[in-house]
Design a protein. Structure first.
Length: 567
């Protein structure tokens, strides 16, 4: 049995029951939508009450008559859904502007936020969500989307992510941070990057600068991210303490453009070319840059105007060289996340196979062809870790879909990441495809063999033909997985999986090609997700589920044998 570390951040020292409830100082009401609150620094945090159905309130933090910070929060009007912490500084003033319908100033005085704001020296991140995963990464609280800036150094895996610390819906984009030594147990760290005068902090990447090409020191960790202000520009920051803290580069931004959607820089050292490459999304194409020093970048080429799926905006690229299984060949794979346009609606990850010389990517696929990395509904923003050991290509995806990510039935936190996957290439019927397999650490995480499924388990299915595997609970909530050996397809039906009422886009059956026969399936079950893999890496499918109780029964029809392991 894995001993999962408690997901308690540095903010959480004692439980909420131990706070003294201290109401915030009485607000000053200055107009129909405007109020001020003078903050007290006697306690570490002011706990802000959130009501998710409300419009955003805009909070300007003023100190010594100077604006020092801005944030948006859905302050509670009628009821409190949950709290988020604001760390109080000395002499601060909240200048609050409300949005949404307010008939007159007297109505604002009755908002429950004024009564429910409270000071505390701690903030409780004890898990109160029945759907919070056990062995998948989640934020301790708040909203998370794209994984960012992932790297490995000195035995530690670093995962940054798009983060809102002031609510469990998208807003206030910054880089949250978690670390792991085994890719399964994740320890929350302080927020790594917050917004500044150039904008909030959108997605990007990190590299380990072993040769000190940027001049910040050998082994410095360099972060590249999108500054999302009036325009989207690219910025950098550096860390000399292994990614714990970052200093922003004084000459930001380092790359600008007139493109409207211009974001998500992914940087890597190109050993073949002898310089750094950067790839980023610009509308519905990818732009490729080169640099010797990580500060000055030359636009080399663009790719994608006539290739693949263009049903939505292109985002979160990655570019890497991989071996082709069973051959002595190597090819390059360009990852392109797209929203919307996925095979079953909403966001998804497509990829292209070809060659790359450090200047231009040449795709070997037909322009009209689209290759999907994962045929589930909940797999997006897939990117890899820099500097992974043993030349491994380890990746993580955001395990949700933009069609319903803001409204899935959790509140203390929203969203989880997929388990870590490893990439390779394989050939089938004259074409080259991406292989996706669970990271080797997942095999090490297997516990004892068990007779029936649990809310956290791995199910291994040995196949010799058609098969249907059904997971269900006592309320007949169920997920049905079907392998068709003749058609070479695998599908997962979650239409009756539990709570599917929060979005019309959620109840669905997804289907994937298997590119040949499947001999063994590995199915990973956690409290709110099911991830299915062909053991040879030729197929993967990631779907969220929200059962009212765990699936604890399994039935198998067809030519299949099942083994179940605790996780």
């Amino acid at each position: 049995m894995i001993k999962i570390k408690k997901r308690i951040s540095l903010l959480a020292m004692i439980f909420a029951t131990a706070f003294g409830t201290v109401n915030a100082q009485e607000a000053q009401f200055l107009g129909e939508r405007h109020a001020m609150v003078r903050l007290s620094a006697e306690k570490k945090y002011l706990l802000l009450p959130v009501e998710e159905r409300q419009e955003m309130a805009h909070l300007r933090v003023i100190k010594n008559n100077q604006l020092v910070k801005t944030l948006n929060c859905r302050l509670a009007v009628n009821k409190v859904d949950y709290y988020v912490p604001y760390e109080v500084g000395t002499g601060e003033l909240f200048d609050i502007t409300f949005n949404g319908p307010i008939s007159h100033g007297e109505a604002m005085k009755k908002f429950v936020c004024w009564e429910k704001m409270k000071y505390s020296d701690s903030f409780d991140t004890k898990n109160v969500e029945k759907h919070r995963p056990v062995y998948h990464h989640t934020p301790a609280y708040g909203w998370m989307n794209d994984p960012n800036g992932m790297f490995y150094k000195d035995g530690v895996w670093h995962l940054y992510y798009q983060y809102n610390p002031y609510g469990s819906q998208w807003e206030n984009m910054s880089w949250g941070h978690s670390t792991s030594t085994d890719l399964i147990t994740w320890t929350p760290q302080p927020i790594a990057l917050m917004g500044d005068g150039l904008g909030t902090i959108f997605s990007g990447s990190c590299v380990v600068d072993h040769k000190n090409t940027a001049g910040f020191g050998e082994g410095a960790v360099i972060a590249f991210y999108t500054s999302a202000g009036p325009s989207q520009t690219q910025s950098m920051a550096y860390s000399t303490d292994n990614g714990k803290t970052f200093t922003k580069y004084v000459k930001n931004p380092i790359i600008t453009s007139v493109a409207r959607d211009f974001r998500d820089p992914h940087v890597f050292w190109n050993e073949d070319a002898g310089f750094w490459n950067l790839i980023l999304a610009a509308g519905q194409e990818m732009q490729i840059y080169s640099s010797q020093n990580l500060k000055e970048w030359k636009l080399e080429s663009s790719f994608g105007k006539e290739y693949g799926n263009h049903g939505g905006v292109w985002e979160c690229p990655d570019l890497m060289k991989l071996p082709v299984k069973g051959t002595n060949k190597e090819k390059w794979m360009l990852i392109c996340n797209i929203n919307p346009g996925g095979p079953f609606g909403g966001s998804a990850t497509q990829y292209f196979i070809g060659s790359f010389d450090g200047h231009q990517f040449v795709c070997e696929d037909e322009p009209s062809e689209t290759k999907w990395m994962d045929y589930g509904k909940d797999h997006y923003a897939t990117v890899t870790f820099d500097n992974a050991p043993d030349n491994r290509r380890c990746a993580i995806a955001w395990m949700s879909n933009w069609q319903y990510a803001n409204i899935v039935p959790t509140m203390q936190f929203r969203s989880a990441n997929s388990i870590v996957r490893e990439f390779g290439l394989f050939e089938y019927d004259g074409e080259t495809y991406c292989s996706v397999s669970p990271a080797i650490e997942m095999s090490k995480a297997r516990g004892k063999r068990i007779a029936t499924p649990s809310e956290t388990c791995e199910i291994v299915v040995t196949l010799s033909g058609d098969a249907q595997i059904t997971l269900r609970n006592s309320k007949n909530e169920r997920v049905v997985m079907t392998y068709d050996a003749q058609e070479e397809t695998f599908d997962m039906d979650r239409r009756h999986s539990g709570n599917v009422s929060f979005s019309d886009a959620f109840p669905i059956s997804t289907v994937s090609p298997t590119y040949g026969k499947v001999r063994e399936l590995r199915i990973f079950v956690d409290k709110c997700s099911i991830e299915a893999f062909d053991s040879e890496g030729k197929m993967c499918m990631t779907n969220l589920v929200f059962p009212s109780e765990p699936y604890n029964r399994i039935s198998v029809k067809g030519k299949a044998k099942v083994k179940i392991y605790s996780l």
